[in-house]
Structures are given as C-alpha cells and as structure tokens.
Design a protein around this ligand. Structure first.
Ligand code: CO
Length: 219
C-alpha cells in the first residue's frame, strides 16, 4: 500500500545502517563532492542510476528525464551538464537509455500523448532519419533499435554543446559514452559510440574559441 510515512521510516533505517557500518559516513560524504561520472538517464523507476552501476552516494552526478534526452534548449539538462563538466570536472558522461522505454514507444505511436509529444518529437526525427533500417525489421526489434539510436543521438547532442567542446579544447580528459540497459536481465551494454575529442564530432557541429574556423564543413 502506498504510504509516504513508510518512506520516512525507511530513510531512518537506512541512515542508521550507514552509521552502523561507518560512524563517519555522513560527515565524510558532506565534504566529498567530486564524482567522476555524469549520468544522463531515463526517469523510468526501473533504471536507478546508482544502484545498477553499484556506486555509493557521492560517486555519480545524475540527471534524468523522459527518454534520456539532451536537447540544446533544455536549460535543466545543460545546467547540470555545465556544472558536471566545469565545476565537478567529471571525466565521463554516460548517456544511458533502456530497452522498452515508454518515451521511445510513445514516439513510435501516431497518437496524441499530451505535452510529452513536444518532448519526444526529436525521437520521431531519429526514426525518420533511420526509417529504412527500422522499417525493415519487426516491431519488437524496431523498438529496441530505436532505443539504441536514441541514445546514440543524445551522445552526439551533448558532444555538440560548447560545454563538452570547451572542455576538450582546454585539454580536459572527458569522454562521452552511450549505454543501454536491459530491463530483462539488469545488464548494461556499451553501444561503442564513445567520443573523446573534437575530431569525433562532425565538422558542422564543431565549435572553437580559436581563430581557426571549422569551415569548410565537408567531413
Ligand atoms: Co524510458
């Protein structure tokens, strides 16, 4: 039965267990804010970031939204990204999607879902970009592949930001990874689309603070 009061009791128990294991746990945690990872994942309750990668509090900075989107107009995601890269100086950004994602499924359906239609519009664009590949397979495979392609697109999107490219330009070690999680077996899979340098970004999307222009744009 739903009972928010139970959550507060759970919290008290959790706090006590942490202190039993380490009396200085919270004192130590309050002085520690240097995670090496920035996780961008789906809001789906079945994909809890810290838990599935086995990291304790303080080890991963997390941003989650419906269908793990990185939109260049989303101040929420971009603010989190800038803080992660410029202040926390994370070394890895991990975009993590998951198979059977409700946001991706909604994007594949030709129905109105309300305001979220605006949010998932770019997933429909991804479908259109890859429609030949996607139309050639059955519905289940199509759904899974679009979940993967959505992650790959968000890896590109964050690499197209000045946040990531400025970090590369000043020589910061920063890699952007694309992973996907299976709800069926609890395993993460690396989509092997890691980007670690401006040369990993299509020329049109390269930004630079130097005088050297990114033009011509041919790749
Ligand atoms: Co999802």
């Amino acid at each position: 039965m739903c009972d928010p009061g139970k959550l507060l009791k759970n919290n008290q128990q959790w706090s006590q267990e942490k202190l039993l294991n380490d009396p200085n746990f919270f004192e130590h945690l309050s002085t520690l804010n240097s995670p090496e990872y920035f996780w961008i994942g789906c809001s789906d309750s079945r994909v809890p970031a810290n838990e599935i990668i086995g990291l304790e509090s303080g080890r991963v900075f997390v941003h989650r939204n419906v269908a793990n989107q990185v939109h260049h107009t989303d101040l929420n995601c971009l603010s989190a990204a800038q803080y992660a890269v410029d202040v926390l100086k994370v070394k890895h950004i991990i975009i993590t999607g998951h198979y059977d994602c409700g946001g991706v499924r909604a994007a594949m359906e030709g129905q109105h879902h309300g305001i979220v239609d605006n949010w998932i519009r770019s997933i429909r664009d991804t479908y259109v970009l890859h429609h030949e590949e996607l139309d050639a397979v059955d519905e289940s495979e199509r759904m899974n592949r679009l979940c993967e392609l959505n992650v790959i697109r968000q890896v590109d999107n964050i690499c197209h930001t000045r946040i990531v490219q400025n970090a590369w330009e000043r020589g910061a070690p920063l890699s952007v990874h694309g992973w996907i999680y299976s709800l069926k077996d609890g395993l993460l899979h690396d989509l092997d689309v890691t980007k670690s340098a401006p040369s990993d970004v299509a020329p049109l999307y390269r930004v630079t603070t130097s005088e050297k222009s990114a033009w011509p744009i041919a790749s």
